[in-house]
Design a protein around this ligand. Structure first.
Ligand code: KIV
Ligand code: ZN
Length: 511
């Protein structure tokens, strides 16, 4: 058993996280997240699956070229072409890892791979060997390990170690296992596999039963020394182990676990906000660590205790996870310096070319809103770069509604060639202002979208609070989400709908 107390944090937001429905990202967005993961100090970034598409290849290659520090990894199936592509994409970085996988459970062998056990054993051995010929650092995953016969799993892991794997990752691919059982599986593998002394055992969990963090912690207690996880727990179906939850469990209960990670916990909240804004995937209010309510106290008895001593009802401080909210309010007369200082204090960083547009947005907002809170500033920062990468922007919007006659709207959009298109529905009122606005946007952009969900929530406080609208639409068999923020919720809806269309176009440009 490896007796190090250091847990390697392997982030797969850009690979397994991106596989979540509607979470597809462009290369620029992935690079921005990769920079943020570096700041967070993760040990390994799984940048993608290079062989999956030319866009994935470019994303891995760009991240490998630009991110210096964490190990950069690409996933590959156990075949020549995948492994060569992974190697090619990772080449620019000295600190690289190839991650090969093959499914091992009866169910997958029979229904997915149509392979016999000895063929899988051979594929695992040959796959690791080939990856090893390119790169010293090789990870192997027996997919669906938690539903694989223990005897066969031991044989496959032995083969991977013999071929040179340096990390053996044990995935609970379908989120089926439970903590005690999974801990026992790690005990079994570490005890029964050969030459495990120089190998790191790793855990990779999915959250179908809401047990991914508990299962990951059980694995660590049984000898795993790497945890694979994603920001906000995004990933296939119910998602993956949430990085912020598992890392804060280890940190907050250090006296119990006696493990450490390299994570700078004060960067958790800004990274979570960035990922949520880029993917359009909302963090639920009650989400542990980074949800809006994670540090909110409503009940009088709790508030009373908190005022006396925060430890009565808080096991972590908001500042520990980078929630640096203050009562400091900015407004119309606040200058550029104060604005940039506040962004810095909130843990965000703007690129040079993002500063001017963000400050302009701040000034525009200050004209419409007396007091600008931290959440307002966050919304400006998180939208600054997205606006830069978008084809369509909203120049003007007017609506008029009456309960007896319906709703009309008139819109002015600009495309990336600076062409201005103006349209209205005055001759054909819709049943509500949102419907009117969405129909006109669809008409101008040429996208007929199926509206799947529409949510509104308030970003800040007060009568003039900004409202954030999240729109989910179906297009071409895929779901896309977009957010829009404004003091006018109809405008938020228009911005969210446009963001969805921009996202679809960015996604199409990627493929
Ligand atoms: O869930 C899973 O099995 C995976 C592997 C490819 C590691 O994501
Ligand atoms: Zn997975």
């Amino acid at each position: 058993m490896n007796d190090s107390r250091e847990i390697i944090i392997f982030d797969t937001t850009l690979r397994d996280g991106e596989q979540a429905p509607g979470c597809s990202m462009t290369i620029g967005e992935k690079l921005k997240i990769a920079h943020s993961l570096k700041e967070l100090n993760v040990d390994v970034i799984e940048a993608g699956f290079a062989a999956a598409s030319p866009g994935d290849f470019d994303a891995v290659s760009t991240i490998a070229s630009e991110i210096d520090g964490p190990t950069i990894c690409s996933l590959a199936r156990c075949n020549e072409s995948d492994i060569e592509k992974a190697n090619e994409a990772l080449k620019p970085n000295k600190n690289r890892r190839i991650h090969v996988f093959v499914a091992t459970s009866e169910i997958h062998l029979k229904h997915k791979l149509n392979m016999a056990k000895d063929e899988v054993l051979k594929a695992a051995f040959e796959g690791v060997k080939m990856a090893k010929s390119f790169c010293e650092n090789v990870e192997f995953s027996p997919e669906d390990a938690s539903r694989t016969d223990h005897g066969f799993l031991t044989e496959v892991v032995d083969a991977a170690i013999e071929a040179g794997a340096t990390t053996i990752n044990v995935p609970d691919t379908v989120g089926y296992t439970i903590p005690y059982e999974f801990g026992e599986l790690f005990n079994h593998l570490i005890k029964n596999c050969t030459n495990t002394e120089n190998v790191i055992f790793s855990v990779h969990c999915h959250d179908d039963l809401g047990l991914s963090v508990a299962n990951s912690l059980a694995a660590v207690e049984s000898g795993a020394r790497q945890i694979e996880c994603t920001i906000n727990g995004i990933g296939e179906r119910a998602g993956n182990t949430s990085l912020e939850e598992v890392c804060m469990a280890i940190k907050t209960r250090e006296e119990y676990f006696d493990f450490q990670t390299s994570i700078d916990s004060t960067k958790l909240y800004p990274t979570s906000r960035l990922v949520s804004s880029i993917t359009g995937m909302h963090v639920p209010r009650n989400k542990a660590i980074v949800g809006d309510n994670a540090f909110a106290h409503e009940a009088g008895i709790h508030q009373h205790g908190m005022l006396r001593d925060s430890s009565t009802y808080e096991i972590m401080k908001p500042q520990d996870v980078g929630i640096a909210r203050s009562n400091l309010v900015l407004g119309k007369h606040s200058g550029r310096h104060a604005f940039l200082d506040r962004i810095n204090d909130l843990g965000f960083a703007l690129e040079k070319d993002e500063i001017d547009p963000a400050f302009e947005e701040f000034k525009k907002l200050a004209d419409r809103k007396k007091e600008i809170f931290d959440t307002d500033i966050e919304a400006i920062v998180l939208n600054a770069d997205i606006a830069n990468m978008s084809r369509w922007s909203l120049l003007d919007l007017e609506t008029s509604s009456g309960s007896s006659w319906g709703s009309t709207a008139s819109l002015k959009l600009k495309d990336s060639d600076d062409k201005i298109i103006e349209r209205d529905n005055h001759d054909d009122p819709a049943s509500g202002p949102i419907e009117a606005v969405f129909n006109i946007i669809s008409d101008i952009t040429g996208y007929a979208l199926e509206l799947v969900n529409f949510e509104i929530h308030s970003v800040s406080v007060g009568d003039d609070a900004q409202g954030e609208v999240t729109v989910t639409v179906g297009y071409d068999g895929q779901n896309y989400r977009g957010n829009g923020v404004s003091t006018d919720i109809i405008e938020s809806g228009a911005l969210a709908y446009l963001e969805v269309i921009n996202r679809i176009e960015r996604n199409q440009a990627k493929h």
